[in-house]
Design a protein around this ligand. Structure first.
Ligand code: NDP
Length: 319
């Protein structure tokens, strides 16, 4: 039985990945900064809380990383942990950089130190590309990060590439575009919109406050994005892959689709709030997932409009 260690198992992707790996017959261990106090709501939601082993691990603390790796002896490590909000990274730049860049470096160093043939997946981000404009970014597109989060993710990406090249580690970065699900917290704009839409559909008189609605993003479906992570570690050679649906939509399109799904006109319920604008933001995020299709056989089945429908349905079913 293969053993997988998921760092950041309490998050959206961690929960879906745990479910996928359990279905593949893996023994799954997951880490949280403090496994004693984390409620692991997402694992409970998926009904798999009792099927995974949980450990406390602070990625920024090398001793902590080494202890967990020595105890668990995983075949595969998926590093999904770290401060994951672009917006919050402007207010917590040091925490963001340390949790992502130092955290990834500690993990790579621990794997190198142990000398065991452990495969490593690292959660990269399309934010590294910065504004892509109309040309879809692929694995050869230069990084132009425009937030502390993106700077941290770009650093971690090059750490992974360097350890692969210098020490022969089987380490991969997935450069994932945005992916959503009912497990997304409301801090993220997609779930904030869905939650507001559903409450308004059920009689609330509130408005949904948004910043720049003209930004374009590629929003995919998280449960199928974790399949790409798994596939990367099943290849003969380690490599980096862009994971995206290949179609971008504006935030306004997302909002309009969400309100339309409950027969409401978004113009009556959305207020633009300039305090929500970021110091720097990306106008367009566009991705080219051709390499993932050719080499991994992975392709997104769900596009943004499907994601909106599935999130609205899940939210309405819950309330
Ligand atoms: P989540 O925020 O849902 O989960 C990340 C986990 O990391 C949390 O559960 C938390 O675990 C841990 N964490 C949070 N803040 C910190 C911190 N400051 N220091 C250390 N650990 C922290 O993220 P997702 O599941 O959505 O994403 C998984 C990974 O993929 C993240 O690295 C994210 O940046 C990246 N990514 C996500 C995208 C998306 O659209 N979802 C797109 C591209 C990349 P705990 O509190 O239990 O310690």
């Amino acid at each position: 039985m293969k053993k997988a260690l998921i760092c950041g198992i309490s998050g959206q992707d961690g929960a879906y990945l745990a479910q996928l790996l359990l279905n593949q017959g893996y023994s799954v261990c997951g880490t949280s900064r403090d496994a004693q106090i984390s409620s692991f709501q997402n694992l409970l939601h998926l009904g798999i809380r009792d099927q995974v082993k949980l450990e406390s691990m602070a990625l920024t603390d090398f001793r902590s990383v080494l202890q967990v790796l020595t105890k668990i002896q995983p075949d595969e490590i998926y590093n999904l942990a770290g401060q994951s909000s672009v917006g919050l990274s402007f207010g917590q730049p040091v925490e963001t950089l340390e949790s992502i860049a130092t955290g990834t470096l500690n993990l790579l160093e621990a794997v190198r130190f142990l000398g065991a043939p452990i495969k490593v997946y690292n959660a990269g981000s399309s934010e590294c590309f910065g504004d892509t404009g109309e040309t879809a970014a692929d694995e050869t597109t230069p990084f132009r990060p425009r937030s502390p989060y993106a700077v941290a993710k770009a650093t971690a990406f090059w750490e992974v590439a360097n350890y692969r090249e210098a020490y022969g580690l089987f380490a991969c970065s997935g450069i994932l575009f945005n992916h959503e699900s009912p497990l997304r917290p409301e801090r993220f704009v997609t779930q904030k919109i869905i939650a507001g839409v559903c409450r308004i559909a059920q009689g609330s008189t509130e408005n949904v406050y948004l910043g720049n609605m003209q930004i374009q993003r590629d929003w995919g479906w998280a449960p199928e994005y974790v399949e790409a992570m798994y596939l990367m570690l099943q290849q003969e050679q380690p490599d980096d892959y862009v994971i995206a649906t290949g179609e971008s939509s504006s935030l306004e399109d997302f909002v309009a689709a969400a309100f339309a799904s409950v027969d409401l006109d978004w113009r009556k319920h959305v207020v633009i709030d300039s305090s929500l604008l970021r110091p720097t933001d990306l106008a367009v995020g566009r991705g080219n997932p051709a390499k993932a299709k050719n080499k991994l056989g992975w392709q997104a089945k769900y596009k943004t409009k499907d994601v909106v429908q599935m999130m609205v349905q899940a939210r309405l079913a819950k309330s």
